[in-house]
Design a binder for this molecule. Structure first.
Ligand SMILES: Nc1ncnc2c1ncn2[C@@H]1O[C@H](COP(=O)(O)OP(=O)(O)O)[C@@H](O)[C@H]1O
Ligand SMILES: [Mg+2]
Length: 445
């Protein structure tokens, strides 16, 4: 039997196909339509596309531009995607110029509440025409270009409608600081790629306050810092007393500085967007990193182990990084919605200028744990195993050990004995020092 040429399948009209197509396929089909139509749009520049659809002459075309950090462009692109979807067929998509088709790129949103990794496709390079009565009362075009040398988000309008375009751009930028920005209030990780800062969603933080054993007065200091950043912030501001700017956490390696920063970041989720800076972004792109904070409303910037990057003026270290750091922090002082938390292993190795109280309002030093604290840290790690071990006796064997060392001793015991070991086996490991990471030279000679 031959197929009936009049079957519903083969006679699907263009409208039906378009209705079933994805947002991106529809955009691509529209461009294709224009290409094969009598007026090929893709050879037109965005300005020609705009003048044609706005029905104005090139001399009365105005461009209202925003050039921002790359993450803000991706997020503005995401809002544009939502507007294109909302106004559906009324919107026309055009080429970004040079005869090229529109491009779309991926914005990674990390894990959603069901633990599923989500990505959305956002406009990369394109121009979109919104007729009067859609985005605003006036007809306008929105241009996005995410190439790093020409990064912009612009509203193209008639000169006469420049005020409307400015209002629209301002409202898009305002939305960056609202829940329309899917990265806002989350913990992000910054790194440098192609000379540009890239910000992505960090894997979930599971560092908990209960897991960190610190002296009570130290926790009180941390709580004062958190109150200054949250509940007491408005009061401080309204009294003209200034809001909090930063916290410097000092202490030898392994006493829990990184863990503490993560506990603080986790407790500010939703209220602050946290950006964890990696070493390259601290060294080469600190000012850009702080510029990214414009994208997220209240922002906490975490600079872990800054001493490794900044050093001391006299030590012949990397002074450009230090100078950048000082200048950047001084610039940030004017803004009351950016907090900095930095950690350093050795406060003496950090230039005194970097420590001045005008740059950090609080400096706390994490001490080496005393014997009772070592016993509690050991208890935390051994708890799930349910063994009968005299924690206080063990803590005495671990004189001079940090929290990280205590953790290593337990790890080593588990590696050697599995989930069940005795007091004397654990003592043997603690005293032998074989839990320390050492290079076994003989093996490689
Ligand atoms: N005071 C502490 N209480 C409990 N655990 C600790 C403590 N200090 C360190 N640890 C353990 O050691 C690990 C490494 O510590 P970390 O925060 O990286 O130290 P630092 O950043 O100061 O070098 C932590 O994840 C934690 O498991
Ligand atoms: Mg650390």
């Amino acid at each position: 039997m031959t197929a009936d040429p009049a079957s519903p399948k083969s006679s699907r009209c263009v409208d039906e196909i378009l209705a079933a197509a994805s947002e991106e396929s529809r955009a691509a089909l529209k461009v294709l339509g224009e290409l094969v139509g009598n007026e090929p749009a893709s050879v037109a520049t965005p300005a020609q596309f705009a003048t044609r659809h706005l029905g104005i002459d090139p001399l009365s075309l105005a461009s209202t531009r925003f050039t921002g950090p790359s993450t803000s462009l991706a997020i503005l692109g995401n809002m544009l995607r939502l507007e294109i979807a909302k106004h559906g067929d009324a919107v026309l998509i055009g080429s970004p110029g040079d005869g090229l088709p529109p491009t779309w790129s991926q914005l990674d949103l990390g894990l959603d509440e069901h633990g599923v990794n989500t990505q959305v496709t956002v406009p990369g390079r394109l121009v979109a025409f919104f007729p009067a009565g859609t985005l605003t009362a006036k007809g306008l075009c929105v241009l996005v270009d995410d190439r790093h040398w020409s990064r912009e988000f612009a509203i193209l309008s008639a000169n006469a409608d420049k005020g409307v375009a400015e209002g629209l751009l301002a409202s898009f930028r305002e939305r960056l600081k609202s829940s329309d920005n899917p990265l806002r209030g989350r913990v992000l990780q910054a790194s440098v790629n192609d000379g540009c800062i890239r910000v992505g969603v960090s894997p979930a933080i599971d560092s908990r306050r209960e897991g960190l054993i610190l002296p009570d007065d130290l926790w009180r200091e941390i709580d004062v810092f958190l109150a200054a950043a949250t509940t007491r912030r408005e009061l401080l501001r309204s009294l003209g007393l200034g809001t909090s700017r930063g916290l410097l956490i000092a202490g030898p390696p392994g006493v829990g500085k990184t863990h503490l920063v993560r506990v603080i970041a986790a407790s500010l989720v939703g209220q602050y967007t946290t950006i964890l800076a990696d070493a390259t972004s601290m060294r080469h792109a600190l000012a850009d990193l702080y510029a990214e904070s414009d994208t997220f409303g209240p922002t906490l910037i975490v600079l872990d182990d800054i001493d490794l990057v900044l050093g001391h003026r006299d030590s012949g270290g990397d002074n450009t990084a230090l100078a950048d750091f000082l200048a950047t922090l001084d610039g940030v002082r004017q803004r009351d919605d950016v907090l900095t938390i930095a950690t350093t292993n050795d406060p003496k190795s950090l230039d005194p200028a970097a420590q001045r109280s005008s740059r950090f309002d609080m400096i706390v030093t994490l001490p080496m744990p005393d014997a009772p604290s070592r016993a509690r840290i050991l208890g935390r790690h051994l708890e799930p195993l349910g063994l009968s071990i005299d924690l206080h006796a063990m803590a005495e064997h671990l004189e001079g050990a940090t929290g990280a060392d205590v953790r290593e001793v337990v790890r080593r015991a588990i590696l050697e004995h599995g989930s069940s070991f005795t007091q004397s086996q654990l003592t043997d490991i603690a005293l032998s020092g074989r839990w320390r990471a050492t290079v076994n030279r003989r093996k490689y000679l």
